[in-house]
Design a protein around this ligand. Structure first.
Ligand SMILES: Nc1ncnc2c1ncn2[C@@H]1O[C@H](COP(=O)(O)OP(=O)(O)OP(=O)(O)O)[C@@H](O)[C@H]1O
Length: 359
C-alpha cells in the first residue's frame, strides 16, 4: 500500500550492501566474491568490459538471480543470504533496461502509471502526469511510445521506474541505444532527474567517459571481481594497475628497470614509488603528457605522422630506442609537421609507473 509518506516527491533512498556475493551459471563463475556498500542517494557506475559480470550483479541485486553465496542487504534487511531470499517485487527496486521495455499498446502516461497499480486509477494517473512533468514530457502523456524519439522513450522509462519511489534504481546500459549526439543531452537530463529524486542508483556501462560523467563513484569490474572502487579522480589519477590505467586513457608504454627509486627508460627516468631496486617496470605515459619542442631540448624525435583533429592534434613521434612511435596529443602548432625533428619532453604528472611482472 502507498501511504502519505511514500508519496513525497523524493525517494526514500536505501543503502545497498553486498557481502562477498558469488554467482555462477553452470561452468562460468560470473560474479566471484563482490563486496561493496552504496550509500543512500549515491550514484555509482558499474563499469567493465563485455562479459565481466555487470548484468549478473544487477540481476542479483534485483532478485532476478539468487546468489550461490554471500549476502545482499537493503538498509538493514537481508534480501539474499543463506536461507533468505526476498523476491524482486518485495525489494522496492526500480529497473531501467537498455531497450526501455515500454508497453507499445499503452500511452506514455499509462506506461508510467503501470507501476502504481496499488493506487486508485485517478490517483495513479495524477502521479504519472507529475512524473512525466519531472522528465518534461507531460505534453506527450496521451501519445504512444513509438511516436517519441529514443531519448524521450528513455525519459518515459525513467519516469516509470522512479514513480513508485524505489529505494534503489538499477539502470542497465541505459544510453547505449541512443546515437552519440543524443546521448550526451539525455545523460545530463537523466542525472538531473536522479539528483532531484535523490535516488540511490547503479548505472551499468562499458564506457569509461560515461562512468566519469555520471558516477559519484565508479566500481570497475573485471572477470567477476571488483578491481577498483573510487571517485572518477581516484581511478583516473591513481589506477591500481596498468589495465585500469588503459581503461581510462590511451597510454604510451615504455619499459625499464627500477634504479634508485626511478624506472630508467629511453625517454628518461620516472619516479617509481614503492617499487624495489631492480624491479622490471613500465612507465605508462598519457598522450597529453608528451610535449613537443624545438630540436636540441629533451629527447630527440621525428614526427612520422600528424592528424589534425580540431582542439588537439594527434602526432606520432619516432624516438631512438623505442619499438614504436609515441602518440602525443597537443594543440596545433605551426611548424609541427610530418618529417620535422622535435625535442620530446615528458610531463611527470602524466606518467604512471607499474611493476610489469616480467622476469
Ligand atoms: N543465463 C546465462 N547462462 C549462462 N551463462 C551466462 C548467462 N548470463 C551470463 N552468462 C555468462 O556470465 C558471464 C558474465 O555475463 P554478464 O552478462 O553478467 O556480463 P556483462 O558484463 O553484463 O556483459 P555485457 O556488457 O556484454 O552485457 C559471461 O561469461 C556470460 O557469458
Amino acid at each position: 500500500m502507498y501511504h502519505a509518506l511514500a508519496r513525497t516527491p523524493v525517494s526514500l533512498a536505501s543503502r545497498l550492501t553486498l557481502e562477498d556475493v558469488r554467482h555462477g551459471y553452470d561452468e562460468v563463475e560470473a560474479v566471484r566474491g563482490v563486496s561493496l556498500t552504496i550509500e543512500p542517494g549515491e550514484i555509482i557506475c558499474l563499469l567493465g568490459q563485455s562479459g565481466c559480470g555487470k548484468t549478473t550483479l544487477l540481476r542479483l541485486i534485483a532478485g532476478i538471480e539468487r546468489p550461490s553465496s554471500g549476502r545482499i542487504l537493503l538498509d538493514k534487511q537481508v534480501v539474499a543470504g543463506p536461507g533468505i531470499f526476498v523476491p524482486p517485487e518485495k525489494r522496492n527496486i526500480g529497473l531501467v533496461f537498455q531497450d526501455y521495455a515500454l508497453f507499445p499498446h499503452l500511452t506514455n502516461v499509462q506506461n508510467v502509471a503501470f507501476g502504481l497499480r496499488a493506487l486508485k486509477p485517478a490517483e495513479a494517473h495524477d502521479e504519472a502526469v507529475r512524473a512525466l512533468q519531472r522528465v518534461r514530457l507531460e505534453e506527450h502523456a496521451g501519445d504512444y511510445p513509438h511516436a517519441l524519439s529514443g531519448g524521450e522513450q528513455q525519459r518515459v522509462a525513467l519516469a516509470r521506474a522512479l514513480v513508485p519511489r524505489p529505494g534503489i534504481l538499477l539502470m542497465d546500459e541505459p544510453f547505449s541505444g541512443l546515437d552519440s549526439r543524443l546521448r550526451s543531452s539525455v545523460r545530463t537530463e537523466t542525472l538531473k532527474v536522479l539528483r532531484d529524486a535523490r535516488a540511490t542508483c547503479i548505472i551499468v556501462t562499458h564506457d569509461p567517459e560515461e562512468a566519469m560523467r555520471l558516477g559519484d563513484r565508479i566500481a570497475l569490474m573485471r572477470k567477476g571481481v571488483l578491481v577498483q572502487v573510487g571517485t572518477p579522480e581516484d581511478l583516473y589519477l591513481h589506477p591500481v594497475d596498468l589495465d585500469v590505467a588503459r581503461f581510462f586513457c590511451e597510454t604510451n608504454e615504455v619499459e625499464g628497470d627500477v634504479t634508485g627509486g626511478h624506472v630508467v627508460t629511453p625517454l628518461g627516468s620516472f619516479a617509481a614509488p614503492g617499487l624495489a631496486e631492480g624491479t622490471p617496470a613500465v612507465a605508462a605515459i598519457r598522450p597529453q603528457g608528451i610535449e613537443l619542442m624545438a630540436p636540441g631540448s629533451g629527447v630527440p624525435g621525428r614526427i612520422v605522422n600528424h592528424r589534425f583533429l580540431g582542439e588537439l592534434d594527434l602526432y606520432e613521434v619516432a624516438v631512438a630506442g623505442l619499438d614504436r612511435p609515441l602518440v602525443a596529443r597537443r594543440r596545433t602548432k605551426a611548424g609541427l609537421l610530418r618529417g620535422h625533428d622535435v625535442g620530446v619532453n615528458i610531463e611527470p604528472a602524466e606518467v604512471l609507473v607499474f611493476a610489469t611482472g616480467r622476469p
